[in-house]
Design a protein around this ligand. Structure first.
Ligand SMILES: [Zn+2]
Length: 354
């Protein structure tokens, strides 16, 4: 009898230990619960690289940053993946082929396993010997190895990633032709008279996506330009409201019309600018003055305007001066609450569900 009880106790101790180990192993890092979505806004100094880690453990990287700098941007992506507890990128979405978005592809695939590349189709900046043509050729070489799956996305497509819903809004110069759930109302901000510089480069062909995660909506249009924004925001807003806006085009003036920014009235906007790239005073003002905005976060202080054309200092990852590589992490609950962590000052701001 005594022997039996002892054995029984030992068994319980082992079971408890096994349970503890299983729970500890399953906990994502940086305080996120297993059901949460994590988004790393990596600093690539005025390019884009945004890493999504879904509750099912899948990963989507939107853009790869710049080439050169001895693989700096690929190193920063790998560091973000490590911090999130993931060892591969399931999907790399290329918004377009400019060097600040697709330049880091060869360096990235050397440093971390990648599953599938998603893009808008053929490059349109085809000037022979030009920087975009070179970047595109390097990407075609990577695809030609046969190691990766490849998808071309079209407006209205839903990407195959699990744990969040990713709907394509724009691709290859075309935009979504019907309102999405929550959209379909007349957009009052279309009456604001506005003319912005025209841009007929790869920017206008950006592959843009709307992400639904629980009650939250996140919009990332790459460098999509204002003439394309007008097509799905005027006269009818086909997107409805959006909680988190990744400010298009690093905050450069050919993007971010009032019809888009005011029309979707984001609670939070995150700008992937550099000290001397993007962060145009007009765009920062548009975002800061948009109705319902709670916070604009900037990866860098913008030297194009004074403090009055920048967000408050605590919402800037990299203050004036040398680049520090500081980033933001957004952690979202499917119930609609979320936090933004600034690796610069190590502070976290919490947003209650609405
Ligand atoms: Zn860009």
């Amino acid at each position: 009898m005594t022997l039996f009880v002892r054995a029984h106790k030992r068994q319980w101790a082992w079971m408890l230990l096994a349970l503890f180990v299983a729970i500890a192993a399953g906990l994502p890092k940086a305080g996120a619960a297993k059901r949460d979505l994590q988004v790393y806004f990596i600093d690539v100094e005025g390019g884009q690289s945004t890493l999504f880690v879904t509750p099912t453990g899948q990963t989507l990287l939107i853009d790869t940053g710049w080439p050169d700098n001895e693989g700096r941007d690929a190193d920063r992506i790998v560091a973000a993946a490590k911090s999130a507890g993931v060892t591969r990128i399931d999907y790399v979405l290329l918004t377009h082929y400019h060097d600040d978005h697709s330049g880091g592809i060869p360096q990235l695939v050397d440093k971390i396993p990648v599953g599938t590349f998603i893009d808008h189709g053929a490059n349109i900046d085809t000037k022979p010997g030009g920087p975009t043509e070179k970047i595109y050729a390097a990407y075609q070489q990577v695809l030609a190895t046969g190691k990766y799956k490849h998808m071309v996305a079209h407006p209205g497509d839903v990407l195959p990633i699990t744990g969040m819903k990713v709907t394509v809004i724009s691709s290859d110069g075309n935009v979504i032709g019907h309102p999405l759930p929550g959209g379909g109302e007349t957009n009052q901000y279309c009456s604001v008279p506005e003319t912005k510089p025209m841009d007929h480069s790869e920017n206008s062909h950006s592959l843009g996506v709307l992400i639904n995660f629980g009650k939250l909506k996140i919009l990332d249009l790459g460098d999509l330009t204002w003439d394309k924004e007008m097509l799905f925001m005027c006269p009818v807003n086909r997107l409805g409201s959006v909680d988190i806006l990744v400010v298009s085009h690093h905050g450069l003036n050919p993007s971010s019309s009032h019809a888009l920014v005011n029309g979707i009235h984001p609670r939070v906007a995150i700008m992937n600018n550099a000290a001397a790239k993007g962060g145009a005073p007009q765009v920062i003002d548009t975002v800061l003055q948009s109705p319902g905005l709670e916070t604009l976060w900037q990866l860098h202080f913008s030297e194009k305007g004074g403090a009055e054309h920048n967000t408050a200092a605590q919402y800037i990852a990299n203050p004036q001066g040398a680049d520090l590589g500081n980033y933001f992490v957004l952690t979202a609950s499917p119930k609609g609450s979320f936090t933004v962590f600034n690796s610069g000052d190590k502070q976290t701001k919490t947003y209650a569900a609405k």
